[in-house]
Design a protein. Structure first.
Lengths: 126, 135
């Protein structure tokens, strides 16, 4: 077995992770507000804040800079409360901020209120 | 089994996966055909499995046995995601998840998918389906 991602965080064996990870769950918090985020795993160690730029567009700001040459970002998929398909997108601005957005059902109109138990994950490789 | 995200805190004993992961690959193409699933990893063992069925174009149901509402609730520690890909010829695709049972029995999951500019579509090709539950 290749233990590619073993975290030997204790005193025992195990290999070092090839990356640090920040994972959180995004859910909409109410009209005109940015989504809430619940941190699920954070071995990078930064904190993140989210502000609402416009309808369905939010900026995430990190408390410390990433090395963008070795960082990956992922957002999606979103739960739906009706049989709508939600599209999620992400746009990196710089080493400490990026935007996330979403829309529904092939309608190219961004909307608030669509993130629901959505995974947002950043991996910083060493 | 691949030990992705295992947390080896402690000292050389058994490791507890964090998160616990259910990961499979879905394939579907024809009208009326249920998705076929190949399970790649299942840290939940016999407590989690799904039976897939076809509801309509781009609309599928996974009838499960694991109740995602636990006591206390674990809904804020769960993420579901997929690869939004696998459609040929290449077009952008997305899918979303919907619980089909009313609480407190959240076992069955509906998946709806669509292709950019084209609406609902029947096509899952080596599409990753993953559930993570964090400690």
């Amino acid at each position: 077995m290749k233990s590619e991602f073993i975290n030997g965080g204790g005193t025992g064996g195990g290999s070092a992770l090839p990356y640090s990870v920040f994972s959180c769950q995004l859910s909409y918090s109410g009209g005109g507000q940015p989504p809430n985020h619940i941190v699920l795993q954070n071995t990078i160690g930064f904190t993140m804040s989210i502000t609402r730029d416009s309808t369905g567009v939010y900026t995430c700001t990190l408390s410390q800079a990433l090395d963008l040459s070795k960082a990956t970002f992922y957002v999606g998929n979103t739960w739906s409360t009706s049989p709508d398909v939600i599209w999620c997108g992400i746009k990196v601005i710089n080493s400490t901020s990026f935007q996330i957005s979403n829309q529904a059902n092939n309608t190219p109109i961004k909307q608030d209120g669509l993130f629901l138990r959505t995974l947002l994950e950043i991996k910083q490789y060493t | 089994m691949k030990a992705e995200f295992f947390n080896g805190a402690g000292g050389g004993g058994s490791v507890v996966p964090n998160p616990k992961v259910y990961q499979s690959v879905l394939t579907q193409s024809g009208v009326g055909d249920a998705p076929t699933e190949v399970v790649l990893r299942n840290d939940f063992g016999s407590a989690m499995s799904f039976t897939w069925s076809y509801l309509g174009v781009g609309d599928y149901k996974a009838t499960g046995i694991y109740n995602f509402i636990q006591t206390p609730s674990i809904l804020d520690k769960i993420v579901f995601f997929s690869s939004n890909m696998g459609f040929q010829p290449f077009r952008f695709m997305s899918l979303s998840f919907i619980f089909t049972n009313p609480p407190p029995t959240l076992k069955d999951i509906r998946i709806v998918q669509e292709v950019a500019g084209g609406g609902r579509i029947n096509t899952l090709v080596n599409t990753r389906f993953e559930i993570r539950i964090y400690n």
